[in-house]
Design a protein around this ligand. Structure first.
Ligand code: SF4
Ligand code: SF4
Ligand code: SF4
Length: 209
């Protein structure tokens, strides 16, 4: 397999503003009422009244082991050799929902047509836009930036080939990834204590570790 593309997420920078999920719908011409390919969840850290809200932006993780691919009866789901992006060929999909039951992240959505669609890492536009496309290119190679990354107000989201994303992650996040946190499917910065988060908010670059 070529190099796996990955998402990176920093909850310390996420504002919970939903700009990522809105941008995804706009890029892919999705109905505002349709289930979202990218969603922002909220975790509570601590106990009331001393707690903080931690926003978590999530989409399909393009899993290395892709549980959805393994259960799809007509082999409509493909974990691509060239970049690891998981696509769905909606001409093959029979709308059985097996993929939705197998997915640990609730990423597959089903529209009025009953067919599955989900994040395709902006490989083409619209449901099924990822199937049959050529290899994903980085912006440096002339490709577009994924809409959610491009429109993230807090610069909390990144995406790209694993080595590039790892090079921009903090040492702590890289170690978590190497230790298998989130099954090695996404690189996530640890939530920092308040004083560290304040320092991060005042700075203009990514922390080194
Ligand atoms: S749909 Fe779910 S199981 Fe399939 S690659 Fe995406 S996150 Fe993984
Ligand atoms: S809903 Fe479609 S993509 Fe999902 S498992 Fe069934 S046939 Fe495959
Ligand atoms: S990479 Fe593209 S398709 Fe995937 S969540 Fe982001 S905007 Fe949506």
């Amino acid at each position: 397999m070529g190099e796996q593309w990955m998402f990176y997420f920093d909850p310390n920078r996420c504002l919970g503003c939903q700009a990522c999920s809105v941008a995804c719908k706009v890029r892919h011409g999705r109905d505002p009422d349709a289930d979202e390919w990218r969603t922002v969840h909220h975790l509570r850290r601590g106990e009331y009244p001393d707690f903080e809200d931690v926003p978590i932006s999530m989409s399909c993780m393009h899993c290395h082991d892709a549980p959805c691919e393994k259960v799809c009866p007509p082999n409509a789901i493909e974990k691509r050799e060239e970049d690891g992006i998981v696509t769905v060929d909606r001409d093959r999909c029979i709308g059985c929902h097996y993929c939705g039951w197998a997915c640990p992240y609730g990423a597959p959505t089903y529209g009025d047509d009953g067919l599955m669609s989900k994040c395709n890492l902006c490989l083409g536009e619209g449901p099924g836009g990822g199937a049959g496309q050529p290899e994903r290119k980085t912006p440096e190679e002339g490709g577009s930036t994924p809409a959610c990354v491009d429109n993230c107000v807090g610069e909390a989201l990144k995406a790209g080939p694993q080595s590039e994303v790892m090079a921009e992650a903090s040492r702590a996040a890289a170690e978590r990834f190497e230790n298998g946190v989130y099954d090695g499917r996404v690189i996530v910065e640890p939530v920092r204590e308040d004083d560290e988060a304040d320092a991060l908010a005042d700075g203009d670059g990514w922390l080194d570790g």
